[in-house]
Design a binder for this molecule. Structure first.
Ligand code: ADP
Ligand code: ZN
Length: 726
């Protein structure tokens, strides 16, 4: 993609519309360069596009229309074009969908101008109404962020006149600002912390790389990895290049921003679903123009138009949230490596419990491996023990073993905190009718409804549908016999409160907080000691610092080992090690207790013994023998439709016509009902394609499905390197 086109020249334009080809247009008055963002007519509409190259000219020339205008946005760089094309062909994603990923900021074509924004004001409100309260609540939630009138009204769920009323009283402040201002400069020259020997060695090994390189930075939680990669960010900024730090969870952003501010004297740009549209547009433009040096964000930040990206950090690189599971199916960790290799940047993959993929790449020397072996300062790793639940005397509908109870008791006496971990949101995973045995399911999915007592609803964790808890059984009509089965964190909260009536008990689950801000505040309070017992889901496993926490009790260590998922062992190992890592971060040693019915299970034994290398080697051997990733290649195909018959027919048709796959050396398995056989009213059928490592799988898959006509409402999606099997 190169070159300049004179007015009237034919250009090929890639649009965000789902069309199979580039569209021909005439270059507008004044001409245009390849890479220019343009607005083009498509039928009666105007759509966003990028000039991709010369037009094909296989169109009736008299019907070719002109580009409407070249947008006032920095043109797409060749490096970005290459990235989108490579990522698109790796994930088998059509280019329009890739372009949508790269343009997820509104108003890209709008001219720079002034606009009115709204922030928290200082005036008193003479008459508080629920609507007014909502507006002020939103402003408080987002700290100092400014909103446009529309955004603020929408976020608060009120009309804009409510906001205007608050402006009159001075409680909301209205001001004119330029649309897109650069972010404050970060100062990498400010002194960093004094590094330990381990840390200094890692920082030295990270510096001095010219061009692309990926490093796996491994170290237990609390070993100071963040401190190390902040120095890599500093070196990158000093070299005048931009840096990107990806975090797996928005809730972790706030703590990290504070650390960036402490290190570099200013806050970086933020990019995630909690950022307002106005701010998104600013970040997109500033990244392209060089007015943003560091971006902290979610996986989609990888598609921002960096001018000169020199470093990508993927923190908690093993985290499954890096895999996008709908729309474009990509793994941000792998895409980070791809992008960096195209623009000569460094990648740092940080984790206490790396993915087997990264572990194997480090073993084979493809990645540099750096290890921080001890915790920073005096903190030591917690001791880990199993509680054999077969030997515990526990009545029904109770989950805290007497052993765990005694240990929590002991912490309470010493004024230390305990964490009770259960990776299940809600009150109870199943609601059963004691009269007829019926289990309440979702009307649209092959899934049970989960009771959320806090929200006073039943909720489907697949589609998000909620309904009130019925009084009578929907199957037999008998009233008053519906009962919860099994524990969720909310129910654990009740049990713990009953066992320790004097203790301050708090339940931390993502669905129990109205906003990321509220959650963050609660986490800070807990860190400051405002709770004795914390009950949490995996939300608490991810990187929060609770200095007073010395005991972790895992209610059900066997939970993740059920099911046939390829990564079940790996995930359980990572999650358990990570949760345990929450204990004893300050100078008091911690203890982690795992309640299990199978203490002799190899994964549980590996977790307890802490023999990580042994675990990874055993896991690697097993995967190698099975010929699965990272030692073989795999693709998951999900077919779906409103009626089960046609979906299966299509699956059988694909399985029978597998010549293109066999020719390439790949094999297809299935069709079989997907583990969740119905979601949102659509029946789902899976096929699995496996091949040895060297096979050009994407090409074979493309040929395989290319002739296919998807009749009616049938859909097909292909997931390269599937992470989960649902
Ligand atoms: P990780 O990212 O590996 O979990 P962190 O970088 O968050 O570890 O470090 C754990 C704790 O130790 C943090 O509170 C951090 O501020 C502190 N810490 C790490 N390195 C240093 C250092 N060199 N000097 C002072 N404190 C440090
Ligand atoms: Zn559902």
């Amino acid at each position: 993609m190169q070159g300049y086109f004179d007015e009237g020249d034919l250009v090929g334009v890639l649009t965000t519309q789902p069309l199979g080809r580039l569209l021909d247009y005439k270059a507008p008055e004044g001409g245009c360069f390849a890479g220019a963002f343009v607005e083009v007519p498509l039928g009666p509409r105007k759509v966003l596009g990028v000039v991709w190259g010369p037009g094909k000219g296989d169109w009736d020339l008299s019907k070719v229309r002109s580009v409407i205008r070249v947008l006032d946005a920095p043109p797409m760089r060749e490096e970005m074009v290459a990235f989108l094309e490579k990522a698109g062909s790796y994930t088998l994603t059509p280019m329009p969908a890739m372009l949508r990923l790269a343009t997820r900021a509104p108003g890209l074509g709008d001219p720079p101008s002034m606009r009115k924004v709204y922030r928290m004001g200082s005036g008193e409100v003479d008459r508080m109404t629920p609507a007014r309260e909502k507006v002020l609540g939103v402003l408080a939630d987002y700290g100092g962020l400014a909103f446009t009138l529309g955004e603020l009204a929408e976020q608060a769920g009120v009309t804009s006149s409510v906001v205007k009323g608050l402006v009159k009283q001075g409680a909301v402040h209205e001001e004119d600002t330029p649309r897109d201002v650069p972010f404050p400069r970060l100062d990498p020259g400010l002194p960093g912390r004094e590094l330990s020997e381990d840390q200094a060695a890692a920082v030295a090994a990270l510096s001095g790389a010219e061009g692309y390189r990926t490093t796996l930075l491994k170290g237990v939680t609390g070993s100071g990895k963040t401190e190390v990669y902040l120095e890599a960010v500093a070196a990158c900024l000093k070299a005048g290049r931009q840096a990107l730090v990806l975090l797996p969870e928005i809730a972790l952003t706030a703590e990290f921003l504070t650390r960036v501010e402490a290190r570099f004297g200013a806050r970086p740009a933020e990019w995630h679903s909690g950022v307002t549209m106005t701010e998104r547009r600013r970040v997109w433009r500033m990244v392209a123009e060089g007015g943003a040096e560091l971006v902290v964000g979610a996986r989609s930040a990888l598609f921002l138009p960096f001018r000169d990206l020199g470093l990508v950090v993927v923190d908690e690189e093993h985290d499954s949230s890096y895999k996008q599971e709908d729309g474009v199916l990509y793994n941000a960790r792998d895409m980070a490596v791809l992008r960096a290799s195209l623009c000569g940047a460094q990648v740092v993959l940080a984790s206490a419990t790396p993915s087997l993929e990264s572990w194997a790449n480090a073993e084979s020397g493809k990645y540099q491996k750096l290890e921080l072996t001890s915790r920073f300062g005096e903190a030591v790793l917690p001791e880990m023990r199993a509680i054999d639940m077969r030997a515990e005397d526990l009545p029904g509908a109770r989950w805290v073993s007497p052993t765990l109870q005694r240990e929590i008791e002991a912490r309470l006496e010493k004024g230390e905190q305990s964490l009770v971990f259960l990776n299940r949101r809600g009150y109870a995973p199943v609601t059963i009718c004691r009269a007829c045995g019926h289990q309440i399911g979702c009307d649209h999915c092959d899934a049970r409804m989960v009771e959320h007592r806090f929200l006073k609803r039943l909720m489907c964790h697949q589609c998000g549908e909620t309904k009130p808890m019925p009084v009578a059984c929907p199957a037999c009509g008998v009233e008053g016999r519906l009962a919860p089965v099994g524990p969720g964190v909310e129910r654990m909260g009740e049990e713990i409160a009953a066992l320790f009536p004097e203790a301050r008990v708090t339940v931390l689950s993502s669905d129990m907080f109205g906003s990321a801000r509220a959650l963050k505040t609660r986490i800070e309070e807990i860190a400051a000691g405002e709770a004795d017992i914390i009950i949490g889901t995996q939300l608490v496993a991810k990187g929060h610092n609770f200095p007073l926490l010395t005991l972790v009790g895992v209610i059900d260590a066997d939970l993740g080992l059920q099911g046939s998922d390829l990564r079940a062992a790996e995930r359980t190992f990572q999650l358990m090690r990570q949760v345990a890592g929450r204990a004893g971060r300050a100078s008091t040693p911690g203890l982690a207790l795992l309640q299990t019915f199978q203490p002799e299970h190899p994964v549980i034994r590996a977790i307890l013994s802490g023999d990580e290398e042994g675990f990874w080697q055993a896991e690697a051997r097993e995967r190698e023998q099975a010929g699965v990733p990272p030692y073989g290649r795999m693709a998951g195909i999900v077919l779906s439709g409103p009626d089960v018959g046609p979906v299966f027919d299509l699956g059988n048709h694909l399985a029978q016509n597998d010549a293109p796959l066999r020719a390439a050396g790949a094999q297809v398995f299935g069709p079989a009902p997907a583990p969740i056989a119905r979601i949102r009213g659509r029946h789902r059928v899976r096929l699995l394609v496996k091949s040895p490592k060297g096979v050009a799988l994407q090409g074979a898959l493309e040929t395989w499905v290319s002739g296919l006509k998807l009749k009616g409402d049938l859909r097909l999606s292909i997931d390269i390197d599937p992470q989960s099997f649902f």
